[in-house]
Design a protein around this ligand. Structure first.
Ligand code: NAP
Ligand code: SF4
Length: 675
């Protein structure tokens, strides 16, 4: 008897059956653009072998003008079809099913050639789109239908027509982006003509026995978005036009409400899909912030949807479904929704990977082959670098002992997980604990491993982490000054007026920690919806709450400072920095850059500005928190070196600057692959 009876139940689509209710949602990984088709095929085949019911590829452009960026992948030629055949054959060889997403970006295309219903520039693109004429619209429809035919020829089991997230088809639906007065604009019946026509033409072109998923924006989260009546009308029309399944789209890309970040509560939008249940008879897929089989099972058991889409969780663990089937859910590497190695990479033009799983998209390059000769390996430090080294080394067959002077594993992750909005880090530490145990790693906690204890091991890995940097501010030894470690680990008393020295990731985290009191909104959906202003699309078009964001009263008055003159938070995650900045602004956090720290006294923090040290200013504060970065903790590495023991030094002990869990886990895993 499985723990996940709803999730693992097959889904009969009439002409074909999906083996379970799990969809691997579309992700742009950048793999297709490498044109290394063995690498693309290996990525998908590994996930097919992991048991997922159906996968959707990253968005493929139906034509050049619809590509998300110039050179975006698509099926334009017979050669492209043959290349995609490599992928579909490998997936089918593993018993999997795969659909190709057709993504026309419309005005979101990063190109001067972008097209749209009307020449309304998007706030997230520098290029005003060209308005399509009647022939231009017909060309787009024909190109999308042709892309579906090519996908069919390439061996895909279906296509997903991308109709949400503010892309081309979505742009026709709302008056904000569709100002047309012809038969493609005006009344809703006209605005929805394009998506409905597209699905009709796709279905007509590919025949009956081919999956056609339509991804429909069920809550736009932008002003003048679709009303709920329009959503229902569209869903019925798309079903009648021939869609096999409707997938849920949440929020346009230009929305100012986070929809997939780690601070978004788990399954925050399953209620939206649930509203549509019963309105159509085709299966509905729900999506966004579902990352464990337990959550997915609950969503299905409660009747929120017929199927669950998870995308990033399949970067974190290709074997998600197989492990759920085997009763090993605790061993599924969790996606912590950080975006650090996936979306942040995509938006920087880099290939996606995963913070938790550096093999994601690097399957052909980073292999964890069984060790030819098992060794005794000592690893000192059970933070992300040490834990990842230990896990990969043990899984390869080495005998691994992991030491930490602390009484628990996790290192710096134990500070991250107390931050409101970063609760996913609990799951990450729990996963390491379960996986290290399953892999047979001997974990010695409360154990100071020094030179003598490390003699005799075949390999020694030093992952002793970092120490807080001393910023050398006069007065910093006063009773009103604490470090971030005291606050996040030591439970230091912090007054109601706080100045934070340093505005890196940790300065932002500490500010978030200090402005909150009581329940974290990430753990309470109604609180989170109120905080960000998420309403009900049945009450306001687009689902924006009429009263706007209603954050809780901040627990403290916080000022965040840095010496650099640039905007604070500029170096935070590319796709998440705006969320951290907005969250703190909503809580009244003052952000000041370009400062000199003159001194700290009982009144607070004295600063000045510029080289001339002008405008002396007092930031009145009961407590000053130092978050000035870190230095490597290399004392053990130095002692080993003096004793003639060669050690591998990794993580923060290696380079502290800009160390984060992504770099630490990547370095640890890659080292362990070579030991
Ligand atoms: P950090 O990102 O290097 O930031 C250090 C901060 O301290 C900067 O604001 C810096 O700004 C300031 N600073 C540096 N030297 C200073 C000095 N001598 N005196 C006073 N101020 C000084 O380090 P962190 O905030 O400790 O974070 C550590 C790592 O964890 C980073 O890589 C960070 O990205 C990562 N992290 C990431 C997240 C996330 O959400 N992704 C969250 C937490 C931590 P100025 O030099 O301009 O003053
Ligand atoms: Fe999830 Fe972060 Fe990995 Fe992306 S990088 S898949 S968000 S854990």
């Amino acid at each position: 008897m499985t723990e996940f009876p709803h999730l693992l139940a097959p889904l009969d689509l009439g002409f074909t059956t999906l083996k379970n209710r799990v969809l691997m949602g579309s992700m742009h990984t950048g793999l297709e653009e490498t044109k290394d088709w063995d690498r693309v095929a290996t990525f998908y085949a590994e996930r097919a072998a992991g048991g997922v019911g159906l996968m959707v590829t990253g968005g493929m452009a139906p034509n050049r003008e619809g590509g998300v960026f110039p050179g975006a992948a698509g099926l334009f030629s017979n050669e492209d079809i043959a290349n995609h055949r490599v992928v579909t054959d490998r997936v089918h060889g593993e018993g999997g099913k795969i659909a190709m997403q057709i993504l026309h970006a419309g005005r979101y295309a990063y190109s001067p050639d972008c097209v749209a219903p009307s020449p309304v520039k998007s706030p997230i693109s520098p290029f005003p789109p060209k308005e399509l004429d009647e022939d231009g619209i017909e060309k787009q429809i024909a190109d999308i239908a042709t892309a579906a035919v090519r996908a069919h020829e390439a061996g895909y089991d279906g296509v997903e027509v991308m109709g949400s997230e503010g892309y081309f088809l979505n742009q026709f639906l709302v008056t904000h982006t569709n100002k047309r007065t012809d038969r493609w604009g005006g009344a809703y019946e006209n605005r929805m003509r394009l998506p409905v026509e597209v699905v009709k033409r796709v279905r007509g072109a590919v025949g009956d026995d081919f999956i056609v998923i339509y991804r429909l924006s069920m809550i736009d989260l932008v002003p003048e978005g679709s009303t709920w009546d329009e959503v229902v009308t569209l869903a019925k029309a798309i079903e009648a036009a021939g869609a096999t399944i409707l997938n849920t789209g949440i929020g346009w890309h230009e929305a100012r409400i986070p929809t997939i970040a780690t601070s978004v509560p788990r399954r925050a939008f399953s209620w939206v899909t649930q509203k549509l249940m019963g309105e159509v008879s085709v299966p509905l897929i729900t999506s966004n912030r579902i990352n464990t089989p337990e959550v997915a099972e609950a969503v299905l058991a409660e009747g929120c949807a017929d199927m669950v889409s998870m995308a990033r969780p399949f970067l974190a663990d290709s074997q998600f479904v197989a492990k759920a089937e085997r009763g090993e859910a605790a061993l599924i590497a969790p996606c912590i929704a950080c975006n650090q190695a996936c979306l942040d990479h995509t938006f920087s033009g880099k290939i996606s990977s995963c913070l938790v799983n550096p093999r994601a998209c690097y399957e052909t390059e980073l292999r964890y082959a069984p060790a030819a000769k098992p060794k005794d390996i000592a690893i000192v430090g059970a933070g992300p670098a040490g834990m990842s080294t230990a896990l990969v080394a043990a899984e390869r067959g080495h005998r691994v002992t992991l030491f930490d002077k602390d009484d628990r594993i996790g290192g710096q992750l134990n500070m991250a997980r107390v931050i409101p909005g970063k609760e996913e880090f609990h799951g990450l530490v729990d996963w390491y604990a379960a996986s290290l145990s399953a892999a047979g790693v001997e974990v010695r906690l409360g154990a100071v491993a020094d030179v003598e204890a490390l003699r005799g091991f075949d390999e020694v890995v030093v992952a002793t982490g970092v120490l807080p940097r001393d910023p050398g501010v006069p007065g910093q030894n006063g009773p009103n000054v604490v470090s971030y470690v005291d606050v996040l680990r030591g439970g230091a008393e912090v007054g109601t007026r706080v100045a934070i020295v340093g505005a890196g990731g940790i300065g932002f985290d500490v500010a978030e920690f200090l402005v909150h009191a009581g329940e974290s909104p990430t753990e309470d959906l109604s609180l989170w919806k109120a905080e960000w202003g998420v309403g009900d699309p049945s009450e306001t078009p687009g689902g924006l709450a009429p009263s706007g964001p209603q954050p809780e009263t901040p627990a403290r008055a916080v000022t965040l400072l840095q010496r650099k003159a640039e905007k604070l938070g500029k170096r935070l995650g590319k796709t998440t920095g705006w969320i951290h900045r907005s969250a703190l602004k909503m809580k009244g956090v003052k952000m000041i850059g370009g400062v000199n720290y003159e001194r700290i006294d009982a009144a607070g923090l004295h600063i000045s500005f510029g080289e001339a040290r002008d405008n002396p200013t007092l930031i009145e504060a009961d407590t000053v928190v130092l978050c000035a970065g870190q230095e490597p903790e290399r004392s053990l590495a130095d002692r080993l070196s003096a004793a003639g023991i060669v050690a591998h030094v990794i993580g923060g002990a290696d380079v502290a600057a800009e160390l984060d869990a992504k770099r630490a886990i990547d370095q640890g895993s890659r080292l362990a692959a070579t030991l």
